[in-house]
Design a protein around this ligand. Structure first.
Ligand SMILES: Nc1ncnc2c1ncn2[C@@H]1O[C@H](COP(=O)(O)OP(=O)(O)O)[C@@H](O)[C@H]1O
Ligand SMILES: [Mg+2]
Length: 573
């Protein structure tokens, strides 16, 4: 099978050896690290560079095994003259070798991508309607068998007149165009990359709609198994995208509505003698919605969770990587970063700075570039995060402004009060109590005198008044004793409120299907930490007194009342 492999016993040959063991080298080159979407993107690149308007991808699964059996890419581009077609399969051949004004330049993409998944490549092409279709093909295993038998790797023959396979008749261009077919596919069996051939197709559609978003947005048609792709823009700036289609189906929206992101940054980034472009966006309110909805069904459909921490690298208008770059996000990636779009676009002149590889997959920004981008993100990401926090805070405010947040519990405590000992605190004059309640009515957001009076009326008889209010300072609770009433105010500006109370309240109020397990678990973990720390801080605060034993009664009463209240008050919301 492998005649050219030297055995240990042989002497070096005087006449020398060829640098390439063709068959074996080709087999090794099959592992170029392409995913199916990035491999097919190489073929689509070629169609786009041939100025195709319509590109049709067909993935056929074997009826029996459901394994992908055949993949075709059909375009209505310029096509190839027979001399170019003959060399299409030649590794290293390119009609744009090392040029920097287009997408392809290495002359390896079309071949390596195909060999990554298939062992047979067939190509039909014609350069005008008046010409007949010409075809070439290459079968790796057949060629290796010939090499084994003859000691020579077969040459690529001249193109032969031949019609593309009948199964593609409905998709052929009327004039010039090219049909590339991968067959003898041996690396796409069911279960390797996706559970079924169908799910592989869905993933392919998702990836291609992002990779080629600029072309799709400009009106190029890419169709994958009958689905004409809509652009997916991780910046959420384009119109008529896949995500806008999802939003259009939400209540209150209609088809054609545009929901643009907020542009946080659009900055030139100097690399070498030229510039790349960095854009940072915050997704629109229709997408960010309320805190904790970032993992629900609508968010998933819009591919929001997949965007967390991702940077999209776009070269010559074609995305070559959508990836997390380690240590890029200031103070690490946060779950809410899924609502931040980050894109770095550049042209082929800067390939070396972005570490672009011959397989056009992945990037490795040079040290200088990485530092520069990190510096910029340090400025813009916190801005985006802050805007989002404010927006979510406002949504929560608009929803209820803390009004009545604790009402149900206050009512429930009222009935328990009868069995608890009465207050020993000194009674306060009625005027003072009235004034305090009036002030409180304002603090919780009641503006008109009428509203204030109504509020005071409602709370006057409650044994406990519990309200969340906004006040400066590090104090978390403010307790006032109004004769028999205890007024407890929670500071909504305190970290404990912001990081525990508010998120838990939002989860508690949400529809269970809208809360992602991930969000719930993260909030629960923070809540445990917070509760533990609250008790620890209470202990620490006691130690600020020379004789902390004077708090013993307080601590024991606190535990006792907590027990009674928790026993009697439950599931009140
Ligand atoms: N769909 C196509 N239409 C027209 N010409 C094509 C097409 N695909 C490939 N070619 C030709 O084949 C050559 C080799 O393609 P490829 O291996 O992808 O290298 P590259 O794109 O780097 O030039 C291209 O330079 C181009 O001339
Ligand atoms: Mg190419």
């Amino acid at each position: 099978m492998t005649p050219a492999t030297p055995s240990a016993a042989r002497e070096p040959t005087q006449e020398g050896v060829p640098i390439l063991l063709t068959g074996q080298a080709l087999r090794s080159l099959r592992d170029s690290g392409y995913s199916l979407p990035t491999a097919l993107a190489e073929v689509i690149d070629n169609s786009l560079e041939a100025k195709a308007n319509k590109i049709i991808v067909r993935i056929d699964a074997d009826a029996l095994t459901d394994d992908v059996a055949r993949i075709a890419v059909i375009d209505d581009g310029a096509g190839m003259t027979p001399d170019i077609l003959q060399r299409y399969l030649q590794i290293g051949f390119s009609t744009r070798y090392m040029r920097t004004e287009g997408i392809g330049k290495y002359g390896v993409g079309a071949k390596l991508a195909a060999l990554n998944f298939a062992t047979k490549i067939s190509v039909w092409s014609r350069a005008s309607a008046s010409e007949s279709w010409q075809a070439v093909s290459f079968d790796l295993e057949d060629a290796i068998a010939v090499e084994a038998a003859t000691g020579k790797f077969p040459l690529l023959g001249t193109p032969k007149a031949s019609l593309p396979p009948k199964r593609y008749n409905d998709f052929l261009p009327g004039g010039a165009g090219t049909v590339v077919v991968w067959s003898k596919i041996d690396r796409l069996e069911r279960g390797r990359f996706a559970a079924t051939a169908d799910s592989l197709v869905v993933e392919l559609q998702q990836e291609l709609s992002r990779i080629f978003r600029e072309f799709l947005n400009a009106g190029i048609d890419i169709t994958v198994n009958n689905t004409s792709l809509l652009p997916h823009d991780p910046l959420f700036l384009m119109r008529g995208t896949w995500a806008e289609g999802i939003l259009a189906k939400q209540p209150g929206h209609k088809p054609g509505d545009h929901f643009p992101a907020t542009v946080i940054a659009d900055e030139p980034v100097s690399v070498g003698l030229g510039t790349a472009r960095l854009r940072v966006t915050l997704y629109p309110p229709e997408v960010t919605r309320k805190r904790f909805q970032g993992g629900d069904k609508v968010a998933m459909l819009m591919r929001v969770p997949a965007n967390e921490g991702m940077i999209s690298f776009v070269r010559m208008n074609r995305e070559i990587a959508y990836t997390i770059v380690p240590k890029m996000m200031p103070s690490g990636i946060k779950a809410s970063d899924r609502f931040i779009g980050i894109e770095l676009s550049f042209d082929a002149r800067f390939d070396s700075f972005f570490g672009v590889r011959n397989v056009k997959r992945g990037v490795e920004p040079s040290g200088v570039l990485r530092d520069r981008v990190r510096e910029l993100l340090k400025r813009y990401i916190p801005t985006a995060r802050r805007m989002l926090d404010e927006r979510w805070g406002q949504v929560a405010k608009k929803d209820k402004e803390h009004d009545g947040e604790h009402r149900a519990i206050m009512e429930a405590i009222r009935s328990v009060e009868q069995i608890m000992p009465k207050s020993k605190a000194d009674p306060r004059p009625k005027d003072e109590i009235d004034a305090k309640l009036w002030e409180l009515a304002g603090d919780v957001g009641h503006e008109s005198d009428e509203q204030r009076a109504q509020y005071v009326e409602k709370v006057r008889e409650l044994p406990f008044i519990l309200e969340s209010v906004d006040y400066p300072g590090k104090q978390f609770v403010d307790i006032t004793h109004l004769s028999s009433q205890v007024l407890v105010q929670l500071n909504t500006r305190h970290r404990f409120y912001k990081e525990i109370w508010a998120p838990l309240t939002e989860i508690a109020d949400a529809n269970p299907s809208e809360v992602s397990g991930e969000d719930a678990v993260r909030t629960a973990r923070r809540a445990i930490e917070g509760l533990t720390l609250m008790v620890a801080a209470y202990g620490k605060a006691q130690s600020m007194e020379q004789d902390p034993s004077k708090f013993d009664g307080l601590t024991s009463d606190w535990g006792k009342f907590l027990d009674t209240l928790m026993d009697k008050v439950r599931d009140v919301k």
